[in-house]
Unconditional design. Structure first.
Lengths: 255, 268
């Protein structure tokens, strides 16, 4: 599956004021490619993701999905702060996507179980989210998206609220999940290290209205490990990304 | 360190909460004092009959079936009021919370009606429905309608926008959003509304019975005062307190069963 965003613009009205969130954003995501969207906070990264998810309709432009589909949902989204329903058990939450697609309860559970076990959530199936640690909650949120086996995975700063160690662990688990079920990913983050560790490409957006400012290929081979962080070419790439991001952030701050 | 523990830390001791039985000391002491005062004639028995006397009257009135009958009558009025008031209140409240259009449409009317003290409507209800059951049920229904409506609406509006987006992003239709997001998400507040509504219903049913009935707990209390049977007045008070207690504890148990997930949010 290939995702094509063409000239996506979006203006919304908040308290009678028109806010231009996105202006003419165009980019492509190739099959099995992980594209990280970086940008200053409030630049419309999440808005762009919601447009791709079909949650928001762009004022201009369009999002196209090219490729074969065999009964899987087009997209699934991993939300910031997990977005688990507090009133559902972990199992109900994880199988929510399947439930919405009309899959029977028993086969829902069957399909989810392997992933639940992999994530170490086996003994928490009947627990409610408030009984889980924050890392466990985010794991469940991640699994919920993977269980539906979407054609395209959308991730909205999924690990932003985690502590540094938990974040590293979950990033690694995410890469493993993705290795077994390769698919295109659009990954919104504001963390440069994270975007280089996880992505094949980095797209830097400008401050509001969000426009594509720069597009970097990440040359490092997979599987990647944390040792990458020590390499001089990592630092070099990080420096170049930061340069673009800094300019974008400064322009944003001056507005 | 071990010594410190065995000797007990005075600051820790002060923070330690005493057992539940602590709360019974005061009422038991008051009842005992009351009993003694009544038996010795220290308090006028016509105004303050001995608790034991009230208790005996309660037993007698229960055995004769008189009190159970009055309780059943009041309960039925509350029950009808619940069906005619609380259920529509929940439905309209959920609709107003979910749909901005319904909210904008109904909110001014609801707000205007809400400001009228319910009991003040009783004369009008009697004119409309006549003296009898329908007017009393209507009053109770009105008393249950508004708290359930307002809290159900607030319940839906308290659901974070993100949960609607999650549901939508996984392809939930309106029915699934209703059953998997709107209903469960608003249930804690719906229960808050029900708790308030049942409290109001008790006040209103007794008020209505004072005015327009010779039966029900309110009617029983009123006849007791007219015939100056103070013991019966106290018996009626005990019964109405019992109603309140049963309602609140019953609801709390139901809530615990239906909302295990809210334990972490509500009862902290």
């Amino acid at each position: 599956m290939r995702v094509i965003c063409e000239d996506v613009s979006l203006t919304y009205t908040a308290r009678g004021r028109h806010v231009e969130a996105l202006r003419g954003v165009s980019f492509q995501v190739r099959p099995e490619e992980v594209v990280c969207l970086l940008g200053p906070s409030g630049c419309g990264k999440t808005t762009l993701l919601k447009v791709v998810a079909g949650l928001l309709r762009p004022g201009r432009g369009r999002v196209e999905f090219l490729g074969e589909r065999d009964g899987n949902p087009l997209t699934a989204m991993v939300f910031q702060d997990h977005g688990l329903f507090p009133w559902m058990t972990v199992l109900e939450n994880i199988t929510f996507g399947l439930e919405m697609r009309g899959v029977e309860r028993t086969s829902r559970t069957q399909r989810a179980l392997p992933l639940i076990e992999t994530a170490g959530l086996g003994q928490f199936q009947r627990s409610y989210p408030h009984e889980l640690s924050i890392g466990m909650k985010q794991r469940a949120g991640l699994i919920r998206a993977f269980v539906t086996n979407p054609e395209v995975l959308l991730m909205d700063e999924p690990f932003a609220s985690l502590d540094a160690q938990t974040k590293l662990v979950l990033q690694e688990e995410f890469l493993l999940l993705l290795r077994d079920r390769p698919k295109p990913v659009i990954y919104v983050t504001h963390d440069i290290d994270e975007s280089i560790l996880l992505g094949d490409r980095i797209i830097v957006l400008t401050g509001r209205p969000g426009e594509v400012r720069a597009d970097f290929d990440i040359p490092f081979p997979r599987p990647r490990s944390l040792n990458l962080l020590q390499r001089p070419d990592f630092a070099d790439l990080k420096g170049r990304v930061w340069k673009e991001l800094e300019d974008a952030a400064r322009t944003q701050a001056r507005q | 360190m071990a010594d410190a523990v065995s000797e007990g830390n005075p600051r820790e001791d002060r923070r330690k909460r005493p057992g539940r039985w602590y709360g019974f000391i005061l009422p038991v002491a008051i009842l005992l004092f009351w009993e003694v005062a009544a038996q010795t004639g220290l308090a006028p028995r016509l105004l303050f009959p001995a608790p034991s006397q009230v208790f005996r009257a309660l037993v007698r009135l229960t055995a004769s079936g008189e009190l159970p009958m009055h309780m059943a009558i009041s309960l039925r009025r509350i029950g009808f009021g619940f069906v005619a008031g609380a259920l529509p209140g929940i439905v309209l409240g959920l609709a107003m919370g979910w749909s901005p259009a319904v909210r904008v449409l109904a909110d001014p009317t609801v707000a205007a009606m809400y400001s009228i003290p319910r009991l003040a409507l009783f004369p009008l209800l009697i004119i409309v429905f006549g003296l009898g059951e329908p007017a009393m049920v209507a009053l109770v229904a009105l008393g249950m309608f508004f708290p359930t409506l307002i809290n159900s609406m607030a319940g839906v509006r308290s659901i974070h926008e993100m949960y609607f987006e999650v549901a939508q992003s996984y392809g939930a239709g309106a029915w699934k959003v209703l059953t998997r997001v709107v209903l469960p998400g608003s249930l804690p507040m719906v229960f808050t509304g029900l708790r308030l509504a049942l409290g109001h219903s008790l006040v209103l049913v007794i008020g209505a019975e004072f005015i327009s009935a010779r039966n029900g707990i309110g009617g029983f209390l009123w006849v007791a005062w007219e015939t100056f049977r103070t013991v019966h007045v106290y018996a009626g008070l005990v019964v109405s307190a019992l109603f309140g207690i049963v309602f609140t504890t019953g609801l709390r148990h139901l809530e615990r069963r239906l909302l295990p997930w809210a334990e972490g949010l509500l009862h902290r």
